[in-house]
Design a protein. Structure first.
Length: 438
């Protein structure tokens, strides 16, 4: 058994003295799980053809079964892609867009996904509609805004065809009412595409109950699988729409029925599963680590709980405490709405004691420069990284609750941030950086 806190921290390969306060961006993998990835890499090197053609598909099915069980989804609906952005791209680039089709998305969409929407609008007849807002807003506000958007577009003679929304927003790190939005999509006959990059392993998910049209989630973030690995869920009713992987590979079936020379062994699996089983030669060893990651998670203990209950309980509580601790040190506040729903996850966002107008006069480039200076200073001078966000006219910092962190780590972070903010106020960000490096 492994206890949350210092005991769990020994299970990871962090540099001595480095505090990983930003788990949300890239995740972190226990050494025991990473060794499994290296085992499969060695298997691939030992007998490349034997492994890639015959053993790998069998092991991949084991991982698919494990992740499907974890998500309460039929195994035939789950395949793997490298990351959530690829999953969203796969959806948007496979749909055949018609004139007056509209993609609805929210203001806090992940940046790469918004750019994908822009690309689709540039290259197809599709249009886009962005729902604007600034946190903190209520869940009711977001759901009402979505319904108004759908109804307004239809009044204009347009077809709101697909909506993209998050389980948990990346920046700032807040939870969206994704269950309600999925239900509203069904009610209004709009396809739901859920960017669950921060979903699996962070919050309980039951995809059979949720029943989205498309869902993708990074296993290398909160599930502790090596990078990069994401589960891509498509219910059987929509699988015919997902005709091509990115890039298009051997599993693609042309509509004209032309014979294609597929050099890989026949599988007997569905066209959807076969399509995603092999997408060119790359290191897919992370896909095979799902069972090992779930086994490692089962050993975690906290407060008399074990496994998933212990992990989710500890991380959520620590995220809440991190906000209380750091906001208390900085004399600011935590980003939260009146209902207290934004923080129902493993993130906490605290406002930095900096005045944007005093420092930057509202200049976008200067605001970005200050944010980058803070982030790099934290890395080079203090051996940590904290995501710095400019949102709603203020700088915020996003913290991640994790099994290998303790409250002491956030007390330390609060003191460090207070000192760094004083350096910003003195104007150090304007000159060349002077200080130690990692």
């Amino acid at each position: 058994m492994i206890n949350c806190g210092e005991d769990a921290a020994k299970q990871f390969g962090f540099l001595q003295g480095y505090r990983n306060l930003n788990h949300g961006s890239f995740g972190a993998t226990p050494t025991a799980v990473r060794s499994v990835a290296r085992y499969y890499q060695d298997r691939s090197e030992a007998c490349p053809d034997a492994f890639i053609r015959y053993e790998y598909p069998q092991q991949l099915d084991v991982s698919r079964e494990a992740v499907a069980k974890y998500l309460h989804a039929p195994v035939e609906t789950c395949v793997f892609v490298n990351n959530a952005s690829i999953g969203v791209n796969t959806v948007l680039r496979n749909i055949v867009w018609e004139p007056k089709d509209v993609i609805i998305y929210f203001a806090t969409i992940y940046g790469a996904c918004e750019k994908t929407v822009s690309y689709i609008v540039e290259t197809t007849p599709a249009e886009a509609h962005k729902i604007e807002y600034t946190y903190p807003v209520s869940d009711d506000y977001l759901c009402d805004a979505f319904e108004k958007a759908v109804k307004g577009l239809r009044k204009q003679g347009k077809n709101p065809r697909l909506a993209i929304f998050d389980t948990i927003v990346s920046l700032p790190g807040v939870r969206m009412p994704f269950q309600r939005l999925t239900a509203l999509c069904k009610q209004h006959s709009v396809l739901s595409c859920i960017d669950g990059a921060h979903g699996i392993g962070q919050i309980p998910l039951n995809l059979s109950e949720l029943d989205p049209d498309f869902f993708v989630s990074n296993c290398h973030k909160w599930l502790y699988v090596p990078r990069g690995c994401a589960v891509f869920y498509v219910p059987v009713r929509n699988q015919e729409m997902m005709r091509s992987t990115l890039p298009t590979s051997h599993g693609f079936l042309p509509r004209d029925g032309a014979g294609i020379n597929n050099p890989l062994p026949p599988t007997g699996k569905s066209a959807f599963v076969t399509n995603f089983e092999f997408v060119g030669t790359m290191d897919d060893s992370p896909y095979l680590c799902i069972p090992a990651a779930l086994e490692w998670r089962s050993q975690i203990r906290w407060d008399g709980k074990q496994g998933e209950e212990a992990i989710m309980g500890y991380c959520s509580r620590l995220a809440g405490r991190s906000g209380e601790i750091v906001s208390g040190i900085l004399g600011t506040e935590v980003l939260e709405n009146g209902e207290g729903t934004l923080g129902n996850c493993n993130f906490s966002n605290v406002r930095l004691p900096l005045s944007s107008y005093h420092l930057a006069g509202g200049d976008v480039a200067t605001i970005a420069t200050i944010g980058q200076w803070i982030a790099k200073t934290l890395v080079e001078d203090h051996k940590t990284f904290i995501a710095i966000i400019y949102h709603g006219g203020s700088w915020w910092m996003r913290m991640s609750g994790q099994v290998y962190l303790t409250e002491e780590d956030f007390e330390w972070a609060g003191r460090i941030l207070a000192a760094v903010c004083k350096r910003v106020e003195k104007g150090e960000w304007k000159g060349p950086r002077i200080g130690p490096k990692l």
